[in-house]
Design a protein around this ligand. Structure first.
Ligand SMILES: [Zn+2]
Length: 598
């Protein structure tokens, strides 16, 4: 039986990898469609017809398949038992989470130390201490703590405190909860800076010195998003009795522990995600060690340098830019920092972490405490260039306008790149995504910042005017796309992303030509390398959307939906028309009408 299970697992995993290969899948095309009429459907038609939305999902496509693959990789990584100290920590944590029998047996008795602490509260300083302690273990009874890396006020990390939103749903009916739920979150957040004295004066019933001590924060400068709310909770701390507060904190503790104790339908996924939230840097590091190698890093590095070369040439070819502006724009491209794979990692951070293979809840609390202290340690310090805003197993890329850098986490690269893929696929799937981020540096927002990420005017008025004319053409093009019924894409809202998509495709195509200049053109499955480049691009966007989601694209999204991210771009490229010998078709554009910004 056991042997059978193991074999089954191998077969399942084997299939998973074979079926979800990232190269072009010629079998999902619908060649009855003319590529000149709807390239997205030509490349994906069969897949779109044969698949439907999984239960409860609003979308399903290439990136969902890739996301499942990443989740499975993370689960397998966490299951692996080795003698490596850090790997052992994660594996034992995972074992504790999967042992639902032990979890059920121990139940809330695992919370005894926390319940005792709440039970011993006798005055206001005790209350502050309990609040701070609960925050250390990831429970925010009254407000949340952050040390944002993305928010770059004067380039400094500040302790950032924000209201915890309280709802009456599934809450006991107490006056404290009712009053908290009545507090309205202001729509525009203001960043109000406080020092210790000002904090103590403004919100006197929290003992701030004590609070900072427990969270081990040395620099006490704090940003508060909603001062009115903090005034209210400070008043409430004096107004309600200690007994009422004890009942509230006890409920908060039990409520947040309950979700961890409950066995969820997909326990493996739940445990993996819980551990990944508790220990993001360690999870990212172990993921990178297992699934990301130097050869991949080197190849991605080659791709980024070819993209920089292609972008430089394209900038210098623009006859609407002066030589001075071209020089500064090229400087911006030269100045990019590419963060590839994973950030610096310090294994010694985990030396004191206690993980018990039979104590899931305590493991969650211990690791959250470690993570909270670590992330708050940099409060007061200047942002360092080498800092990452996401861990290595994130599946998104980022362009930072203030630092002019591009972050490409290992898992993101793995979703779009495989060392065995041909250059056409690699450049169509990964390089277009990197070039998309690069183009953000010169989109309608990015062009307002210089090579050092400083907000500065460095364009001539006439250049801005021409850029706006080109942008308006793209706005009009996307405005014309129908999402569903009479709802259209919002060309203005999606402009920055559409500029980045169009630039991304153009730059990646040119970089692909640079990379393969010395290679002989090989026909595969009847398709030339250029045709495969465009096919692989379109297949990356295959996606099924619910009608509701299509409606949401009309207002709430900065990206156009996937079909238009394909067709909206390819029909603007000469190389696309040439590669498929397209001379007519519904979306056909005459050469002079094709939009070309970067
Ligand atoms: Zn973007």
């Amino acid at each position: 039986m056991k042997i059978f299970m193991v074999w089954l697992l191998i077969i399942v995993i084997g299939n998973l990898i074979a079926n979800e290969s990232q190269t072009i899948d010629f079998s999902i095309m619908d060649t009855s469609i003319n590529p000149g009429d709807n390239f997205y459907r030509y490349a994906n038609g069969k897949w779109l017809n044969e698949n439907s939305l999984p239960e409860g999902r609003s979308r399903f496509g290439f990136f969902d398949i890739a996301e499942n693959r990443t989740n499975n990789e993370l689960i397998l990584m966490m299951q692996e038992k080795t003698e490596d100290t850090l790997q052992k920590l994660i594996a034992e944590f995972y074992t504790s989470g999967m042992d639902t029998i032990a979890i059920k047996k121990t139940g809330i008795s695992a919370l005894a130390p926390q319940l005792e602490m709440i039970n011993k509260i006798s005055d206001n300083p005790d209350l502050t201490r309990a609040l701070a302690y609960l925050q250390l273990i990831g429970i925010n009874p009254l407000f949340e703590i952050h040390s944002p890396k993305y928010w770059e006020m004067r380039g400094t990390h500040y302790l950032y405190l924000r209201q915890t939103v309280t709802t009456l749903e599934n809450s006991p009916d107490t006056e404290i909860i009712q009053q908290l739920a009545r507090a309205i979150t202001p729509s525009s957040k203001k960043y109000n800076l406080y020092n210790l004295r000002k904090l103590q004066r403004a919100f006197p019933n929290i003992i701030w010195e004590e609070y900072f001590m427990i969270l081990q924060i040395e620099d006490k400068k704090t940003v508060i998003a909603e001062p009115d709310y903090f005034e209210m909770i400070s008043d409430m701390l004096a107004e309600y009795s200690i007994a009422e507060w004890k009942a509230y904190l006890e409920w908060k503790l039990l409520d947040s522990a309950e979700s961890l104790l409950k066995a969820s339908a997909d326990r493996e996924l739940f445990v993996m995600q819980t551990i990944s939230d508790c220990l993001p840097e360690l999870t990212g590091h172990l993921y990178t060690q297992k699934y990301f190698n130097n050869e991949t890093r080197q190849q991605v590095h080659n791709i980024t340098s070819n993209l920089q070369s292609a972008f430089r040439i394209r900038i210098n070819d623009k006859d609407w830019l002066s030589s001075k502006t071209k020089k500064l724009a090229v400087q911006k491209i030269d100045n990019f920092t590419f963060k590839i794979g994973e950030p610096d990692f310090n294994g010694s951070d985990y030396a004191e972490l206690q993980i018990d293979p039979a104590g899931f809840l305590q493991n969650v609390f211990n690791s959250r405490k470690l993570h909270t202290i670590n992330r708050l340690q940099n409060c007061g310090s200047i942002l360092k260039n080498e800092e990452w805003i996401v861990p290595a197993h994130s599946t998104n890329a980022w362009y930072s306008i203030n630092r002019n850098d591009i972050t490409l986490p290992a898992a993101y690269i793995n979703q779009l790149f495989d060392i065995n893929n041909d250059a056409a696929t690699s450049y169509a799937q990964l390089a277009t995504a990197i070039a998309h981020e690069m183009t953000h540096s010169l989109d309608d927002m990015g062009r307002r910042y210089n090579a050092d990420g400083k907000s500065k005017k460095w364009w001539k008025k006439s250049e801005i005017k021409y850029f706006n004319i080109l942008s308006q053409k793209l706005v009009n093009q996307y405005d014309s796309y129908i999402l569903i019924d009479t709802l259209h894409v919002n060309g203005k809202n999606t402009l920055g992303e559409n500029i980045a998509d169009l630039g991304g495709l153009n730059i990646a195509y040119d970089a692909y030509k640079i990379a393969t200049a010395a290679e002989e053109s090989e026909i595969l499955n009847g398709f030339s390398p250029d045709q495969r480049f465009f096919l692989a691009y379109a297949q990356k966007w295959r996606d099924i959307l619910s009608d509701d989601l299509k409606r949401q694209y009309a207002t709430g999204y900065y990206h156009a939906p996937p079909e238009f991210r394909t067709n909206g771009n390819v029909y603007n490229l000469d190389a696309f028309y040439d590669s498929f010998s397209i001379e007519k078709g519904k979306p056909y554009k005459k050469k002079e009408n094709r939009i070309n910004i970067w």
